[in-house]
Design a protein around this ligand. Structure first.
Ligand code: KG4
Ligand code: ZN
Length: 303
């Protein structure tokens, strides 16, 4: 639906969610082979995000909580992304302190997690998010939405054919800056210049260059933060953490490190309900359903 319009139209998204949310809840219960009486609580995102979408989720959760007589656990969507790393079948959970890189369509944050519920923001983007940079440059290149997977696919085609070409066309803003911040908005202008110039650079090469510029600064700043904070674990999270190049670079860089790298499987990186449940499981703060309200502007430091 979003691919057809080249991006998310907030009202359309909320309308579709109204139609789908009850069938999705029923299907989830059916697939898990459980009855709603077996649920402990209902976890729901209360922010950040698009107000229409947040309201659909919250109002549905409130209604189900009242009808099924369950407590509600409000969840911060950004913190929930980090909890993809706590869904483990072999019980190898991250050790604290953990450093988390949360890279999604709307946010790019580096946070220190001292323990459950104790999160300190140490850096983030000053303008566009990493996912947004993928989405916007993909649009300039005429590649379908969401931009991350399409840039990645196009980039892989180039890299497979040209494994030795150095990918250094685009600038790495703030790379020498003291702190742990990023800036991605200049990438659009840089890409536009190449598209409209007479220089013969293929679409696939531009995609590979965009991906490399984004991945390179994400990895370098995170490694710098590891040197500064010495965390026991590093957690990747959010839609951009599904990116193959980002995953490989982190794996290579931290191969011999004492800091253990956690990367969720790709389907748990992009938005999903399992991470909301995981976050609620480890931060079980139940509220009465009347007490919960949507907060589109919630930040990762808000518990
Ligand atoms: O976390 P997410 O699913 O939703 C938000 O909370 O925003 O992240 C969506 C973002 C989009 O910008 C999308 O382009 C990006 O994640 N994304 C990727 C990949 N898969 C999704 N970016 C780079 N490479 C990917 N493979
Ligand atoms: Zn998300």
């Amino acid at each position: 639906m979003h691919a057809k319009t080249g991006g998310i139209i907030p009202e359309e998204a909320a309308r579709q969610q109204v139609k789908s949310i009850i069938p999705v809840v029923s299907e989830a219960l059916n697939k898990a082979k459980i009855d709603h009486t077996e649920l402990d609580a209902i976890a729901v995102t209360y922010g950040p995000g698009l107000i229409g979408s947040l309201l659909v989720g919250i109002e549905t959760a409130k209604t189900l909580a009242d009808v099924w007589k369950k407590p509600i656990i409000p969840v911060n969507h950004l913190i929930a992304h980090m909890y993809a790393n706590f869904i483990s079948e072999n019980s190898k959970l991250p050790l604290f302190p953990a450093l988390a890189l949360v890279v999604s369509g709307g946010h790019t944050d580096l946070v220190l997690m001292k323990t459950h519920g104790k999160i300190e923001w140490i850096g983030g983007t000053l303008d566009d998010a990493a996912g947004e940079a993928f989405d916007k440059t993909a649009r300039l290149l005429g590649l379908p939405y969401p931009g991350g997977p399409s840039i990645s696919k196009s980039a892989e085609e180039f890299i497979t054919k040209n494994p030795d070409t150095p990918l250094k066309l685009f600038p790495r803003p703030l790379i020498g800056e003291k702190g742990f911040n990023w800036s991605f908005s200049g990438l659009k202008t840089a890409v536009n210049r190449y598209i409209t110039s007479k220089d013969k650079v293929s679409k696939e090469q531009i995609a590979a260059e965009v991906q490399e510029a984004i991945v390179d600064v994400l990895v370098k700043k995170t490694l710098k933060a590891i040197d500064r904070y010495h965390p026991r674990s590093i957690l990747l999270a959010g839609g951009v953490a599904a990116n193959g190049r980002l995953r490989t670079k982190f794996q290579n860089e931290l191969k011999n490190s004492e800091t253990k790298l956690f990367i969720p499987e790709p389907k748990l990186c992009t938005d999903n309900g399992a991470v909301i449940a995981s976050c609620a499981f480890f931060n079980r703060e139940e509220v009465y359903w009347e007490k919960i309200t949507a907060n589109p502007e919630l930040t990762i430091s808000d518990q």
